[in-house]
Design a protein around this ligand. Structure first.
Ligand code: ADP
Length: 255
């Protein structure tokens, strides 16, 4: 064989290829580690309700027949924990969806009726005041189903972590349509804010126990927002309340 000498250009190209390859492998490795971590966290989080259900079922068997109080308490705990588990499994399935195969249904959406309907639905379900304010821009360009899902996660959190009214405020500027969900509840300590959108992240387990959440809602909200090109901004003061603002990009050319 004729010996091949690499030209300088060839060498540069080889270096470039190997650099790209290494960085791809690094990304794959990181992705794999993240996935591993997620599976391990999910298993751990599912183990807790299973353990609670198991111990209450055993208590029921031992003492439930003669003691009505024990029966009531056990069945209530089993119902609560299995409900939480159900919710978590649905959320895990949502996160496991293959994003590449997901078709985003971009369309013009009438914003005012969407906000009115979503808040009315929440109000009816939870007997709490939900109201819409501001000069709601007429239309936005997004995926209606995904946007609704995103709004419901934020409205539901606002309800869970506060007691009074939940307000939705809409406005617009040159670049964005802004939708703010404001509550007057427990608020979030500043140090926790950067982590809120991580999977399974919850602020203080004790504080959250009675809401029975999973720590997955905001992770799903973030994924939905990313796909729709929406940025979410959080502002919060402990014991005063929190606001989550969606920055929905305006697509002038499409309106
Ligand atoms: P969860 O199922 O626990 O509500 P999320 O991912 O939706 O999970 O939220 C993560 C954590 O962020 C919650 O556990 C809660 O501590 C905090 N959080 C989210 N929304 C609010 C809010 N409106 N007010 C106060 N804390 C909130």
């Amino acid at each position: 064989y004729e010996k091949m000498e690499l030209t300088d250009k060839g060498k540069d190209e080889l270096t470039e290829i190997s650099r790209t390859f290494n960085s791809m492998m690094e990304k794959l490795e990181q992705h794999y580690q993240k996935q591993q971590q997620f599976v391990s966290n999910a298993s751990h989080e599912l183990k807790t309700p299973i353990t609670v259900i198991e111990s209450y079922a055993k208590l029921l068997l031992r003492r439930g027949f003669e003691n009505e109080e024990v029966t009531k308490e056990s069945l209530q705990a089993i119902a609560n924990e299995s409900g939480r588990m159900h919710e978590m499994v649905l959320q895990l399935l949502e996160l496991a969806k293959n994003k590449e195969q997901l078709e985003i249904q971009w369309a013009h959406i009438e914003l005012a009726p969407l906000l009115e309907k979503a808040t009315a639905q929440m109000q009816q379900a939870y007997h709490r005041p939900f109201s819409v304010h501001g000069s709601v821009p007429a239309r936005i360009y997004s995926d209606e189903k995904m946007l609704k899902q995103l709004l419901f996660i934020l409205l539901d959190n606002a309800r869970k972590y506060s007691e009074g009214e939940v307000r939705v405020h809409a406005s617009e500027n040159d670049q964005y349509v802004l939708i703010t969900i404001q509550d007057y509840g427990v608020g979030i300590p500043e140090a926790h804010i950067p982590h809120l959108f991580e999977r399974f992240y919850r602020v203080g387990e004790d504080r959250n126990r009675k809401t029975g959440g999973t720590g997955l809602g905001l992770a799903i909200a973030k994924e939905l927002a990313d796909q729709l090109g929406i940025t979410i901004e959080v502002e919060s003061t402990v014991d005063k309340g929190s606001s989550f603002t969606l920055f929905v990009p305006r697509k002038e050319e499409l309106q």
